[in-house]
Design a protein around this ligand. Sequence first.
Ligand SMILES: CC(C)(COP(=O)(O)OP(=O)(O)OC[C@H]1O[C@@H](n2cnc3c(N)ncnc32)[C@H](O)[C@@H]1OP(=O)(O)O)[C@@H](O)C(=O)NCCC(=O)NCCS
Length: 191
Amino acid sequence: MVAKMPWGEVRTPLCTLRDFRDTDAPALAGYRSDPEVALFQGWTPPFTEERALALIHSVRSLPFGTADSWFQVALADPLEDHLLGDIGLHFLADGFQVEIGFTLARANWGKGIAAAGLRALLDKVFVYLGKHRAIAVIDARNTAAEKLLTGVRFRQEAHFVQGAFFKGQWVDEKVFACLSHEWQIEREAAG
Ligand SMILES: CC(C)(COP(=O)(O)OP(=O)(O)OC[C@H]1O[C@@H](n2cnc3c(N)ncnc32)[C@H](O)[C@@H]1OP(=O)(O)O)[C@@H](O)C(=O)NCCC(=O)NCCS
């Protein structure tokens, strides 16, 4: 059993959304080992190639959409197909909601790649999978993540003051969300 995205590859001008391959492990390990990329993320560098391969394999080991599981979507260069980053999709246990997380290699920041990938994936989440609500939980200091989320019409729903003990200190967290009907409005506005 190999879990794959049920809709296949999705192409956008800035990135292709595809399933991870074993050959992505060096690139995945490379950007996850970058201290700036890992700053607000749950892992601490170095992120070895073995760990990257284990992550790729663990994602494949469960059927796509399994309740309370994470699926990792690869964001690849539209021409050369090398890995640019990834979006994590967490299928919440209720079956109607997802949580998202996103990571790009630092060389790809500030180019609109994350926004393009997120828009394409949210379309699948709401239109293809028919989910009701998508959320994202970020470190309140992560201004790039906040800008990305508000840019794709997520609303801030909460700011938890020192709500998480993270890498040795209490930090603020913000929760953002988008509902299915809000996404329809965003799609119509985008044409
Ligand atoms: C979060 C992350 C994916 C955002 O990527 P990105 O390259 O900035 O995304 P985009 O290029 O699509 O830009 C989205 C918007 O944020 C803006 N932005 C980029 N970096 C920024 C920064 N440091 N501060 C404020 N805004 C920023 C962009 O200009 C763009 O705004 P625009 O649409 O008005 O032009 C990237 O910073 C990253 O991988 N960070 C490390 C991993 C991480 O912390 N992930 C979040 C945890 S869930």
